[in-house]
Write a protein that binds this ligand. Structure first.
Ligand SMILES: [Zn+2]
Ligand SMILES: [Zn+2]
Length: 392
């Protein structure tokens, strides 16, 4: 089955009416709706909102009827504002379009707040409540439970798994603030997780996590105590040098990749066997930077075998560059899907968007998804229809 998908939120479908929304989707030329099944907070501008234009999603909740018996200590929280309306059930029962469920896995501040033993902790022990740690067995049980629940209890065609790994330090938490410049070196040092679960996973592999943690603490402390601001290019070089020359760090980063690869394997094994499992590999740009999150593109290309990559770039040329690199990392294995945003802040001109779609198609990516129905203005939605109609 082909995959030409429009990303969408349950609240937008509920407001528009499923039938109306489906009619619009068919006019776009897509065959699938990829609907958020578990989602985080936000403050979203909705161009075609009827009852309002700005929406604050109910943080960290699921948009389907969860079977709580399928989870461990961390259980999903049911979404409140839709009043128990199960949009996913309505979609699969109508069976007009393929239904794919987009699951935000470990980025869940609500669950992090209520399960502080399972969240990422930096070298100083500070909890990052917005990210359940993939080394935590309870966090893993939650992610695996979501995949099992939604594919076994709903006849969906598949799932797109987002944030199965280690979130970067910079997140866009509301009122995230610092009275100093940041840089990639500092962010990456502050982002490293040294929670008890990660330390145990490292120790099991013979990595001296304590020594690494002490070094990271000393390095960050030294930087914060100084009045130096690393320039961006230097910070990037310093980080590369650390990764290349600090054996503990290199081994620790490799451990993170194993942790995430094995979690995704557990998610694949728990999902209904005939359901597609795709991984959205990274919140970073470009996708090649996904390794920091523990996302191993080569490993995921082998299993589960579908990578749904964000090509969130401002030009077709950059999309092409990103594609060439991702292909290289996938080693000729698996299938690559592409997600595009036909709008600001990526591609604000119609011609450039059509060129980007062409670039993906010429690179052999014919499974395409577009982000996101609720956010896009009608003219930008029109570009999607144009790209798909032309069959280019
Ligand atoms: Zn967030
Ligand atoms: Zn951890």
């Amino acid at each position: 089955m082909s995959y030409k998908a429009i990303y969408a939120y349950a609240w937008d479908l509920a407001e528009a009416g499923i039938e109306t929304a489906e009619r619009e989707f068919l006019e776009l030329g897509v065959d699938t709706v990829t609907i958020a099944g578990s989602y985080h907070a936000g403050k979203f501008l909705r161009p075609h909102g009827k009852t309002g234009k700005v929406y604050f999603p109910d943080d960290g909740t699921v948009y389907f009827e969860a079977d709580r018996s399928l989870y461990g200590a961390i259980k999903p929280v049911q979404n409140g504002p839709l009043g128990g309306r199960d949009v996913l059930r309505e979609l699969v029962e109508r069976d007009t379009l393929g239904v794919n469920v987009w699951l935000v896995m470990l980025h869940n501040t609500r669950l992090g707040m209520s399960h502080p033993d399972a969240v990422v902790r930096n070298a100083f022990g500070d909890p990052y409540f917005y990210n359940l740690c993939p080394s935590s067995s309870e966090a893993r049980a939650y992610a695996v439970g979501l995949a099992r629940d939604v594919t076994q209890n709903y006849p969906v065609r598949g799932i797109s798994v987002e944030s199965p790994g280690f979130a970067p330090y910079a997140h866009g938490y509301h009122h995230e603030f610092a009275l100093m410049k940041t840089n990639v070196w500092l962010d990456n040092m502050l982002g490293l997780c040294f929670c008890g679960h990660c330390e145990a996973a490292a120790q099991k592999r013979g990595i001296d996590a304590r020594r690494l943690k002490a070094k990271v603490v000393a390095d960050i402390d030294g930087y914060l105590a100084s009045d130096v601001d690393y320039p961006d290019d230097m910070a990037a070089a310093f980080w590369t040098a650390d990764v290349a020359t600090n054996g503990d760090l290199a081994a620790y980063l490799a451990m993170r990749r194993e942790v995430v690869t094995s979690l995704v394997a557990e998610i694949r094994a728990a999902a209904r066997p005939d359901a597609e499992v795709a991984v959205i590999p990274s919140v970073a740009r470009p996708t090649g930077a996904a390794w920091y999150e523990g996302t191993d593109l080569a490993a995921l290309a082998e299993s589960p075998g579908i990578i749904e990559a964000c090509f969130y770039e401002p030009s077709a040329a950059r999309v092409q560059a990103d594609l060439l690199d991702i292909r290289r990392r996938m080693n000729g294995k698996g299938k690559l899907r592409g997600i595009l945003r036909p709008s600001h802040p990526d591609i604000a001109a119609r011609g450039e968007f059509l060129a980007a779609v062409d670039a993906l198609r010429e690179g052999g990516v014919d499974e395409l998804a577009f982000y996101n129905w609720g956010h896009l203005r009608p003219a930008n939605l029109g570009w999607i229809a144009e790209a798909l109609r032309s069959g280019r």
